[in-house]
Design a protein around this ligand. Structure first.
Ligand SMILES: Nc1ncnc2c1ncn2[C@@H]1O[C@H](COP(=O)(O)OP(=O)(O)OP(=O)(O)O)[C@@H](O)[C@H]1O
Length: 230
């Protein structure tokens, strides 16, 4: 069984009744997940919860199943066993969950032929949101306002990653699921993204992220709970 080390509440989240206080704030509940890829079982009997204000840091060696887990948690892939619940409801076919969660995967999900701001406008429309100023504001926050009218295919890798992250700010989403959000991001960009993550957590949001380095000592240190897939 995979170990969850809850640094904030010092509570073992496995095989225990969740305390009432924690249940109140539990947003995502993962029960006995199993994932098999090809011939290999990546994990099984994986149980944990993610609460408001919590950053779950998923760690593990290359190929241990971190991305596979995140894809299950955001509903892009079905688990081989087990269930994921969002506020007591299974996430499968749960449109409320889809509307309130944002995912950044290894691919950025941007249209190369659209400009940066057109990409954001498209996502804004999908998220049922409005306002040109908000688009500029998102680009500004990620330090890429000057790229607004550039075709996305011409942006650098780091600029595209920043633009992908900017989408998260377009609509109020309670859960951010981030697969290696700092890949290709420079030192200042990492600080920017970390402070946006902290603001999200302080506003009662939750984050699940993979990242190969420890978050200890950084801006997210106080919010993190580690899940090691080994
Ligand atoms: N489509 C697939 N078919 C079969 N096996 C797959 C498929 N996609 C991934 N795998 C295997 O699943 C395992 C876990 O992959 P995953 O991408 O979840 O790992 P990871 O922990 O995110 O790795 P990394 O740290 O390198 O990003 C790997 O051994 C990989 O080869």
């Amino acid at each position: 069984m995979v170990l969850v080390n809850c640094l904030l509440c010092k509570t073992n989240l496995f095989d225990t009744e969740l305390p009432a206080k924690m249940l109140e704030t539990t947003t995502l509940l993962v029960e006995r997940l199993r994932c098999v890829r090809g011939e290999r079982e990546l994990f099984s009997d994986l149980t944990f919860s993610v609460n408001a204000g919590m950053c779950l840091h998923v760690l593990g060696a290359n190929g241990s199943g971190k991305s596979s887990l995140l894809r299950i948690l955001c509903g892009l892939r079905r688990a081989d066993e087990g269930e994921v619940y969002w506020q007591d409801q299974p996430i499968v076919g749960n449109t409320e969950f889809l509307a309130t969660s944002g995912f950044i995967g290894h691919t950025d999900g941007l249209k190369s032929e659209l400009t940066a701001i057109e990409n954001l406008r498209w996502y804004q429309h999908l998220a049922n949101q409005k306002g040109e100023d908000e688009l500029d504001d998102c680009l500004e926050k990620l330090g890429i306002l000057r790229c607004a009218d550039l075709v996305t295919g011409q942006l650098s890798f780091g600029q595209r990653r920043r633009l992908a992250f900017a989408r998260l700010l377009l609509a109020p989403q309670k859960l951010w699921i981030l697969d290696e959000p700092f890949t290709g991001i420079d030192v200042n960009g990492r600080k920017t993204i970390e402070s946006l993550c902290v603001a999200h957590l302080q506003a009662g949001g939750s984050i699940i992220m993979t990242h190969h380095q420890s978050l200890e000592g950084g801006a997210l240190s106080a919010y993190r709970t580690e899940l090691n897939l080994h």
